[in-house]
Design a protein around this ligand. Structure first.
Ligand SMILES: [Zn+2]
Length: 421
């Protein structure tokens, strides 16, 4: 048996950190198991694993669980597993109609979930950032009160994003452009007690559909597959593409802008300034306007929570309201046409309907599946399975929290050990 390290102390620390990450990530992906099993799975020796697990327990990231009995041979092993702990990642989602905050613990359990209805376009960039700051601070206050420490924050935006700089390049449906949202929110939350000993937590920024895809792949309806497309049905429409388990970003980070594919022959004007974009046929605004019985219809009231308005659409569909049924058919077929473009190109195992597409999935999915079978050139739609997200409008904020937690899995030493308890 070879010893793993004869290197200098600095390198030993790097190796130690990397092994802590290996064990913690393995417990996340493979589930609870004995130290001996972790050693066998990872190729680390048993003494090393015992020492690594002891440190992870001391840092509050792992806990001892039940005794595992493997047949009648050998000693029973004590199981170790991720501790829900008080370490949380925060996802903040900006949408045209609302702001959503989700905090997840290390086991991806939901610690906090808050939605604030708002007309973000009417608020403008400055007012919007002000509201985001209020929502984020209020969530951080609640997390402090619950005894949690926040290790990362990711904000999801319906926008073309420069993730490296934390900047929105352009957000057509918010009317924002060239906005340094990451640095602004980092500055606005600097020194918050939710960060524990850290002075600040840099706020990361990503596209909402990308984060939705990450959430579905990590903890959602796509967790059993490594090739999926997540379609975000909101005021704007975009998609996140996961191939071989990795998010596809493209050369400059702008993959997935299917909403602006020129698929609408009626050439309606899009929020991006062009005409004929796909989202002018399948965006949330088009659906609501199509179903509404006039300008004063509750479906068009931005003060009413979007889940409530979609419940009204479902009620009207159940009552076979003519306008509603015709709109759902029109939108459903258009949704299938755009989806068929994606499926023909990407050939995913699973197509996840997200956002309002998920909340109306029982009414839309049939049209989508029929259109895919008709339009995808591969037999049987290329075998794609069309599934509805279970996260509703909170998929992107969940994905943001998942990404925020990734910091801890990559480097468990970011979380300080406790001497108490
Ligand atoms: Zn467009």
């Amino acid at each position: 048996m070879s010893t793993r390290s004869t290197a200098a102390p600095a390198d030993q620390l790097t190796v130690r950190r990397s092994n802590l990450s290996l064990v913690l990530t393995h417990l996340r992906d493979a589930g609870p198991r004995s130290r001996a099993r972790v050693a066998a799975d990872t190729g680390l020796n048993k003494a090393t694993v015992s020492s690594l697990v002891a440190e992870l327990i001391e840092r509050g990231l792992v806990r001892e669980g039940d005794v595992q009995r493997i047949g009648s041979v050998g000693r029973p092993g004590l199981m170790v597993e991720l501790a829900a702990s008080t370490v949380v990642g925060v996802g903040l989602e900006v949408n045209a109609d609302f702001v959503d905050v989700t905090a997840l613990d290390l086991t991806h359990g939901v610690v906090l979930s808050e939605r604030t209805a708002a007309d973000m376009r009417a608020l403008g960039e400055q007012g919007g950032i002000g509201l985001l700051t209020d929502c984020l601070r209020s969530a951080l206050d609640a997390l402090v009160a619950a005894g949690c420490t926040v290790v990362g924050i990711t904000v999801a935006v319906p926008a073309l994003v420069d993730s490296r700089l934390g900047r929105i390049a352009i957000a057509p449906n918010l009317g924002w452009s060239d906005c340094p949202i990451g640095p602004l929110l980092t500055e606005a939350t600097r020194g918050h007690p939710a960060f524990g000993a850290a002075a600040e937590v840099p706020v990361m920024v990503d596209n909402d559909a990308n984060l939705g895809a990450i959430a579905e792949h990590a903890v959602g309806v796509g967790r059993d597959v490594d090739d999926l497309v997540y379609l975000a049905g909101e005021v704007g429409v975009g998609c996140g593409v996961v191939v071989d388990g990795e998010l596809v970003r493209g050369a400059t980070g702008f993959t997935g802008e299917i909403g602006h594919a020129p698929l609408n022959p009626r050439l309606d004007r899009c929020g991006c300034g062009r005409v004929g974009c796909w989202e002018t046929q399948v965006g949330l605004g088009v659906l609501l306007t199509g179903c509404a019985h006039g300008p004063d219809d509750v479906l068009l009231d931005p003060e009413t929570d979007i889940d409530g308005r979609l419940a009204v659409v479902r009620q009207r569909a159940a009552a076979e309201d003519e306008r509603t049924c015709a709109t759902l058919e029109r939108v459903g077929i258009a949704l299938g046409l755009g989806a068929s473009v994606l499926v023909n190109i990407v050939n995913p195992r699973v197509l996840v309907l997200g956002g309002y597409f998920a909340l109306l999935a029982p009414l839309l999915r049939g049209y989508v599946v029929d259109t895919l079978l008709e339009r995808v050139v591969a037999p049987d739609g290329g075998g794609v399975d069309v599934r509805a997200s279970t996260f509703g409008f909170a998929a992107a904020s969940r994905g943001g929290a998942v990404v925020a937690l990734q910091e801890v899995f990559a480097d468990p030493t970011r979380v300080a050990g406790t001497t108490a308890g």
